[in-house]
Design a protein around this ligand. Structure first.
Ligand SMILES: [Zn+2]
Length: 736
């Protein structure tokens, strides 16, 4: 639009106050695009008096009266059913008002009316991009195919490609947009983001943005978003703040700012920022859920010491504290030694029994594992009580997340996703071969179908998965790559890679310089190594699926002879399979049915050592071990269950406490008997008494006395407690 026409329009819009017919929706948009807010506002206002419902819809939308705009679009569409563009614009309104589902429908309806409608394809791309859906790129490409001059499609594609960390291609698309329109603000912002990600100054590009539109905060928000994706949270927060300085009403940026601050463990400012969004009608799922989560913090207990903060939900805090505290300290100590660095600040661990609360913490983050998440030095994770018994090894997850805390700090948050995830997965099994996730059928199928990605492209598998299990497969692949590097080049090379990534060196170069091998050659040799490990499983996989089915049926029908005959063969075809309906448990049941306890104990021991985690199976093993006279092994088996069980099994804690007590492991006995007390058992007297005798044995007489009294308070005539009290008093007298 020419400058003269702009001025005329502004004047007209201001002068004719609401009944002017000279402005079009495009004119008003142009005013807004150049930062002329009051003028744009009156321009939109003037449109609301139009005789055309579509024009009125645009007017109300521009004037932020979304409900009325929605009504007008409905009227416009009813009047001209064949008009695809009305549906596209209506869809965009709904997308802006957090209703992607209906927006998606409208874009598809538009395409039924006009199969080459570039803006409908763009709408689909925008909606898909919101959910980090891999289809987004395809839709954006279709939009460009339908209209190569559609600036926004090039800008969106640039943005999506940059999310996938392909800088060169992203810039290519941004430049395409700038060729078509020298005022393509988002394309300029992409350039700025690339500069910031490469630790260079974005000023030139941001100055250009401000020359076109001095209040275009969105450009800063785009930079912030890419910092966020790359886990550079502190810098991202600074850019969101700049975005809001320019445009305090950029609610999406304000909401993101609140969420980012919350991720870093803050409470007060996030609450203020998010509430402000909410009060101003910006109520997308992320804002609403985050506010709800902040509100739920009142139900948490905070344990603080010099280097750590542990937040546990009130209901389970007493029970979980000793276990989490011990692992937390052990992880930090191990990594300080291993990574040769100090813990980077205060580490905060939040444990959520309600998975939905935890999910809120991960909102808006692509491809994150669903069990734990790390933001700088803040770890949020599921509580063992929020998951199926045996399905979640919380100590392994904590170990994984803690690796991120160190590696993110060591690389100034510049580490590629595949490497930090791979290393974290690698650390799980380094802690114990029983930890981490044994190879799953999904992964075997992916290897069979040759779906593993080259090391240089592995990030893509995390950020924009192309098939449903690709994120899991990529975790596995990245973890095994780190295993391979350690086994072939040694542990020091891993640390060298960490330091190379800290300098923002891209993966192919790190592989070349640190490992001295071309990335292609690395892929080839890694696959050969992996094949030696799991090749047999992979080639057996299809027949294993069939034979396991038969075995499961035999087990169900209690055909124990058949199970014993076939079970071992099926087990050997894929010995890492310890998940639901596994040959180990079938065989153990058959052995027990035949009265062969020794064989049952042996097969269950193998199951446990391969990472089998069904608490019932392991309890069975522990009692077989105890019956066989091996109380040490029984205690060790029960102890493992604590790492992947909701921990509310009173009997288990009592039994393990007794085993530890008998073996003179008093710290272990204290922890287990404390767990029983924390579960508020019916028999308080007995629980307190057990705890008292563990304290006494550990030499803590005062504590012992305290719990004897608690026991007697619950049951004044409880003889064992009375006797223990006499014993304590006697020993008091004998004290020097
Ligand atoms: Zn991770």
């Amino acid at each position: 639009m020419s400058r003269v026409k702009q001025i005329v329009l502004v004047a007209a819009a201001l002068l004719c106050a609401g009944t002017c017919w000279c402005a079009t929706p495009d004119d008003c948009q142009a005013l807004r695009k150049h930062g002329k807010r009051p003028e744009a506002q009156s321009c939109f206002q003037s449109l609301t008096a139009s005789r055309d419902p579509y024009v009125r819809a645009e007017g109300f939308w521009g004037a932020h009266d979304y409900d009325q705009a929605n009504n007008e679009f409905r009227a416009a569409v009813a009047q001209s059913d064949k008009n695809a563009m009305y549906r596209v614009r209506w869809g965009m309104l709904l997308h802006e008002r957090f209703n992607n589902k209906d927006a998606d429908d409208l874009f598809n309806e538009a395409l039924q009316r006009d199969p080459k409608n570039a803006r409908a394809f763009l709408g689909l791309a925008i909606v898909s991009a919101d959910g980090f859906d891999s289809k987004a790129i395809g839709w954006a490409e279709k939009a460009i195919e339908a209209d190569p001059k559609l600036v926004e499609a090039h800008e969106l594609l640039a943005n999506l490609i940059l999310e996938d960390a392909d800088t060169d291609k992203a810039l290519e698309q941004a430049d395409e947009a700038l060729k078509i329109s020298p005022e393509a603000l988002d394309a300029m912002a992409i350039h700025a983001a690339v500069e910031v990600l490469g630790d260079k100054s974005p000023d030139m590009w941001l100055d250009k943005v401000r020359q076109v539109n001095p209040t275009y905060g969105e450009a800063y928000a785009i930079v912030a978003h890419h910092l966020d994706i790359n886990r550079r949270y502190e810098e991202s927060i600074a850019y969101y703040r700049k975005a809001l300085d320019l445009d305090p009403e950029l609610w999406s940026a304000r909401s993101q700012l609140g969420i980012s601050l919350m991720r870093l463990g803050q409470e007060d400012e996030p609450k203020k920022q998010l509430q402000m969004c909410y009060d101003n009608g910006y109520r997308d799922a992320a804002t609403v859920n985050s506010l709800r989560l902040l509100d739920s913090y009142k139900n948490f207990v905070t344990f603080k010491d010099q280097g750590t903060i542990l937040k546990l939900q009130k209901k389970e805090a007493d029970l979980l504290y000793p276990y989490f505290e011990a692992e937390l300290k052990r992880d930090i100590a191990d990594y300080e030694k291993k990574y040769k660095m100090k813990v980077p600040g205060v580490v905060q661990v939040e444990v959520y029994p309600d998975h939905e609360d935890f999910a809120v913490r991960t909102l808006g983050m692509p491809g994150l594992g669903a069990l734990g998440v790390t933001f700088n030095t803040v770890i949020a994770m599921d509580s063992p009580s929020g998951r199926e018994p045996g399905s979640f090894h919380w100590a392994s997850t904590l170990r994984h997340e803690m690796s991120h805390v160190f590696i993110l700090a060591a690389t100034n948050y510049k580490v590629p996703r595949w490497f930090t995830e791979g290393l974290a997965v690698h650390e799980e099994t380094e802690a114990s071969p029983e930890w981490g996730d044994p190879i799953t059928p999904d992964v075997l199928a992916a290897i069979r179908d040759k779906k593993l990605l080259p090391i240089a492209d592995l990030d893509r598998g995390f950020i924009r998965p192309e098939y449903p299990t690709q994120v899991i497969v990529s975790y596995f692949e990245a973890g095994r790559i780190c295993d391979y590097i350690q086994s072939r080049w040694g542990e020091d090379k891993i640390l060298e890679m960490v330091h190379a990534f800290a300098k923002a060196t891209p993966t192919p170069e790190v592989v070349r310089t640190v490992l001295g091998i071309e990335p292609d050659e690395f892929d080839k040799q890694f696959m050969e190594w992996l094949n030696r490990q799991v090749g047999t499983d992979v080639s057996n996989f299809d027949s294993w699926v069939k034979e396991l089915k038969v075995l499961a049926q035999d087990a169900k029908e209690k055909n124990y002879d058949a199970v014993l005959q076939q079970g071992e063969k099926v087990r050997q075809m894929y010995p890492e399979y310890v998940y639901a309906a596994n040959p180990y448990e079938f065989l153990a049941d058959a052995d027990l049915a035949k009265g062969n306890k020794k064989a049952a104990a042996d097969i269950l021991t193998d199951y446990m050592k391969r990472g089998g985690r069904n608490p019932e199976a392991l309890k069975k093993l522990a009692s077989l071990q105890e019956e066989g006279g091996d109380k040490v092994a029984a205690a060790a088996t029960l102890e493992r269950i604590n790492y992947f069980y909701p921990s509310n099994d009173e009997d288990l804690h009592r039994h393990l406490g007794t085993l530890w007590f008998d073996q003179k492991n008093y710290p272990g006995a204290l922890r287990e008997f404390s767990a029983v007390v924390a579960l508020h058992p019916l028999d308080q007297a007995d629980a307190q008494y057990n705890l008292a005798r563990a304290y006494l044995a550990a030499g803590e007489r005062d504590k012992a006395e305290e719990h004897i009294l608690a026991s007697l308070e619950a049951a004044p005539s409880f003889r064992p407690a009375q006797q223990l009290l006499l014993q304590v008093e006697d020993s008091e007298k004998g004290k020097p």
